[in-house]
Design a protein around this ligand. Structure first.
Ligand SMILES: Cc1cc2nc3c(=O)[nH]c(=O)nc-3n(C[C@H](O)[C@H](O)[C@H](O)COP(=O)(O)OP(=O)(O)OC[C@H]3O[C@@H](n4cnc5c(N)ncnc54)[C@H](O)[C@@H]3O)c2cc1C
Ligand code: FES
Length: 385
């Protein structure tokens, strides 16, 4: 703006004087012009190159992979956040999210703890192929599944199933490492005792710290077992905690965990807004979801036309994102569970199935954008990437 015009703005003289005083006493950031983007990128890089520095066997089906950064610094993260690895498996470039299980206080490495999924493309690759010294490409830390001092109570009730223990492990390690005055009541559901990840460490921390209350709930523990058995039900939660007021609830694990645990929390009268959730992975057996049209079978085939040129065939039971990747078309993705909107694509024509509650923005809905990771073709489609 021209000087004469600026002088006509009410209060301009006062602002100019303040700028001069600020400069005089060292608040002049104009010298750092151009450095802000560099700083922001250091804290929130979109991509990081990581090196596998150690692999720890946790259970028969689970390993912790320790990752150090190749160049520069590891960006800081909030306990509960995840990174999205980008890998090439069987000539297909794809990605998967893994929560960081180490404490944010550990600035030298990230641990991710991976459980084998039957026939799973990436979990089997990470567990069987990856070795110390390998390089992996990853996103920076992502996600909102973490404690927030304004939104959450200092007493957290955490319900974990299977590999869903990982974000809670990071939160608990942070509390004990830093001596934070925050209490975690962790209900960890597992089929057997041998399947439980971090069981020994959690039992020890629970004995050592009054702030950690660890309650394993085992479906099939064998006759000698003296702890809680069965599932994480409303009764188990109530008899362990007594009062439920002034507590925040966090739920994490595979989809079966939600189907079971959310109605149990509902029975206890816990408001939905008090519950923070993270679903690990894409829906299993999408055709069993509420609203799936009964006339469409998972194996029904449809054609997908992309950007008005390429076409391929895929099945109704396959998420569009997976079908695109299988056909060599890489779409940016992070969570792959419908939450982050990185994989949004435009649906020009045709119909897709999306599980109830998929958080698509109103404006995206209006202009025909969908989340490819949780969209399943119900007709021939035309899309724009
Ligand atoms: C935010 C976030 C954090 C995550 N953190 C972790 C973590 O710390 N540790 C970890 O092991 N996993 C974690 N996951 C799950 C992970 O991203 C992958 O989904 C998982 O490793 C399976 O990938 P895959 O390629 O082996 O299986 P895919 O090839 O993707 O799937 C194969 C089959 O298994 C089913 N399936 C996929 N995932 C699961 C699952 N978790 N349980 C049961 N069946 C499944 C699929 O529906 C499909 O039928 C996280 C997921 C999210 C969204
Ligand atoms: S990858 Fe996050 S919404 Fe699809």
């Amino acid at each position: 703006m021209k000087q004469e015009l600026m002088e006509q703005i009410e209060g301009y003289d006062t602002i100019r004087q303040e700028i001069e005083i600020s400069r005089k006493f060292g608040n002049d950031f104009s010298l750092e012009k151009g450095q802000v983007a560099e700083y922001v990128n250091r804290l929130h890089p979109s991509q990081i190159k990581l090196c596998v520095s150690k692999i720890i066997e946790e259970t028969v089906s689970t390993k912790t992979i320790r990752l150090t950064v190749v160049n520069g610094y590891l960006p800081p993260f909030q306990a509960g956040q995840y990174i999205a690895l980008s890998v090439e498996v069987d000539k297909v470039r794809t990605g998967r999210a893994y929560s960081i299980s180490s404490s944010p206080r550990q600035t030298g490495y990230y641990d991710i703890t991976v459980r084998r999924v039957k026939n799973g493309r990436v979990s089997n690759f990470l567990l069987d192929e990856v070795k110390v010294g390998d390089l992996l490409q990853s996103s920076g830390p992502q996600g909102a599944f973490h404690y927030h001092p304004i939104l959450h109570q200092k007493e957290m009730v955490c319900l974990a199933g299977g590999s869903g223990i990982t974000p809670f492990m990071s939160m608990i390690r942070e509390i004990t490492d830093r001596g934070l005055q925050r209490t975690v009541h962790l209900f960890y559901g597992s089929r057997t005792l041998d399947d439980m990840i971090f069981h020994q460490e959690l039992s020890q921390l629970s004995e050592q710290f009054a702030t950690i209350n660890y309650i394993p709930v085992i479906e099939d523990p064998g006759p000698e077992y003296k702890g809680k058995t069965g599932y994480i039900t409303a009764e188990v939660i109530k008899e362990t905690l007594g009062g439920l007021a002034a507590k925040s609830f966090f739920v994490c694990g595979p989809q079966a965990m939600y189907t079971f645990c959310l109605p149990e929390l509902d029975k206890l009268g816990i408001n939905k807004w008090k519950i923070k959730q993270e679903m690990f992975g894409t829906p299993v057996n999408i055709y069993e979801y509420k609203g799936w049209p009964s006339e469409i079978k998972a194996k029904d085939r449809f054609t997908v036309r992309v950007n008005g040129s390429t076409s391929f065939e895929t099945s109704a039971g396959e998420a569009l994102l997976v079908a695109l990747e299988d056909n060599g078309l890489v779409v940016p993705s992070l969570c792959r569970s419908g939450e982050c909107s990185q994989c949004r694509i435009k649906l020009v024509s045709g119909k897709v199935f999306e599980p109830e509650g998929t958080p698509v923005r109103k404006s995206d809905r209006k202009y025909g954008y969908i989340h490819a990771c949780v969209s399943y073709p119900l007709e021939n489609l035309e899309i724009l990437l």
